[in-house]
Design a protein around this ligand. Structure first.
Ligand SMILES: C=C(O[C@@H]1C=C(C(=O)O)C=C[C@H]1O)C(=O)O
Length: 471
């Protein structure tokens, strides 16, 4: 069993060389079976972007997930064990990976259960890669370092692959160095308000061009009753004068979108997928599931009267309500197919974000212990909030009309722990960032009654909001 030091004893424990002797004990347990060992250290609260700033490296994977409202963040850096999969059973393969490593991990102390290692997972919108994909159809990993921050405290978890050949001195030195860095961070905070990360001096290298024509083409197909809904996206590409500073962008996104989940997924090759998503695909805590139907949008106004009018119109709009209902119907049907009993309100409520508002229906269900998070994700992704109805027709149209590969846009990203607790959001309001270059994505649901000009305004609004946080 690991000797997990309490915070007051932290440094003393660490210096006594307990880590090395604990690792040596673990190595003896590995026998002929490779194992993963996790070491857990309580720390003073550290801002997640500061961890990424200090310890993140371009050539290492990272995963950043900052749930601002709940005051819960997690940063994962580098890989202990990982799996890549593709095809129709990609989620099943990812679940097998989790099951395998859970049965090959040396347990930590029960009092730290809730802070145990998490598996981090990102999937692309489509199940197969294209020629230029920068991200794998599914990537799941147990990180070498995970730092969870909740309210006023942080916890560092180190995970290592261990077999009889592992050099323990290297691991002990790695932990020593990393903890030193983490302890320094508590004092070195980034400036509270930095409104831009890259130079505000940027140029647009690809603007939205064919969007209105595409919407018109989709509307014709809807009139011909070939489909009910398709969500079509377009992109804006910019080149800034200086490289984007990811930690600063994440901090700015947090300030501007306190009601969203701020995320970044680094592929270990220099590209990162970042954003501020309002859409929770799956949240499982203590056997209870919550998922969000989020579809139907209106702008917001600085004028309170005008803002209330926009909200009222959104709530009463037949077209927006229909667009939303398709999502609720899909999600509840999929949950029922898993034997779950979804609970939700008959009428949607409003989710009001800083620049945009949406129709919103939170959907709840109790989960039997046999239902696994990735099984649910497999059933839910993609919902008609980001794809369409029927799904196959929407897929065809997305492939035919969208000008860029979606990659991680509109796809699930999140984490799962050993108890089956899990958080996944849909990667919308997002951008692919690579040095000075960024591609920003935004989409809108097209149904009967959609107007090309209004849909264009909606995606422009989404893109502008994101751009303002990035540059
Ligand atoms: C597809 C996006 O957002 C989705 C589309 C919405 C709509 O069309 O009303 C609203 C919320 C999201 O489900 C996006 O922001 O890119």
């Amino acid at each position: 069993m690991p000797a997990v030091p309490h915070q007051s004893e932290f440094k003393a424990e660490f210096k006594t060389g307990n880590i090395y002797s604990f690792l040596a004990d673990c190595q003896r347990q590995t026998l002929d079976q490779p194992q993963v060992v996790s070491l857990i250290f309580p720390l003073p609260a550290i801002a997640p972007w500061a961890v990424l700033q200090a310890l993140g490296q371009r050539h290492q994977r990272h995963f950043y997930y900052d749930d601002v409202l709940r005051q819960q963040s997690v940063v994962a850096i580098d890989v202990a064990v990982e799996q890549i999969a593709q095809g129709p059973d990609r989620f099943v393969q990812a679940q097998r990976f989790i099951d395998f490593w859970l049965s090959h991990s040396i347990p930590s102390q029960p009092s730290f259960l809730s802070k145990q290692p998490r598996f981090f997972c990102s999937a692309t919108f489509f199940e197969s890669p294209t020629a230029n994909s920068q991200f794998e159809p599914i990537h799941i990993f147990l990180p070498r370092l995970q730092v969870v921050t909740e309210a006023d405290k942080s916890t560092a978890v180190f995970n290592y692959f261990l077999d009889e050949t592992t050099v323990l001195e290297q691991i002990a030195a790695d932990i020593d160095r990393t903890l030193d860095e983490l302890l320094k961070l508590e004092k070195t905070r980034l400036p509270a308000d930095r409104s831009s990360s890259a130079s505000a001096n940027y140029r647009i290298v690809k603007d939205i061009d064919t969007f209105q024509t595409t919407v018109q083409a989709i509307l014709t197909l809807i009139q011909q009753q070939l489909l009910h809904k398709a969500v079509i996206a377009d992109v804006l590409e910019v080149v800034a004068a200086t490289p984007f500073n990811l930690p600063t962008s994440l901090q700015t996104l947090r300030q501007k979108h306190p009601d969203c989940c701020i995320f970044s997924v680094g592929n270990g090759q220099g590209q990162a997928f970042v954003g501020a998503s309002p859409e929770r695909l799956l949240s499982i805590a203590d056997g209870r599931l919550r998922t969000d139907a989020l579809a139907g949008s209106a702008a917001r106004s600085d004028d309170p009267g005008e803002d209330a009018l926009l909200a009222q119109r959104l709530l009463q709009s037949k077209k927006e309500r229909y667009e939303h209902r398709l999502v609720v119907e899909f999600i509840t049907r999929q949950l029922r197919s898993l034997g779950l009993i979804p609970k939700f309100n008959a009428a949607p409520s409003l989710l009001q974000l800083s620049q945009i508002q949406h129709l919103h229906t939170p959907i709840y269900a109790y989960l039997p212990s046999t239902t696994q998070p990735l099984q649910i994700l497999d059933k839910l992704h993609p919902t008609p909030a980001v794809a369409g109805v029927p799904r196959e027709v929407a897929y065809q149209l997305i492939r035919q009309y969208e000008t860029c590969d979606r990659e991680l846009y509109a796809a699930p990203l999140g984490w799962i722990d050993a108890q089956g607790n899990s958080e996944f959001i849909v990667g919308i309001r997002s951008a692919l960032v690579d040095g000075c270059w960024a591609r920003l994505y935004a989409g809108a649901g097209i149904v009967a009654g959609s107007e090309p000009g209004r849909e264009l305004s909606e995606i422009r609004l989404k893109l502008q909001t994101l751009l303002a946080a990035l540059v």
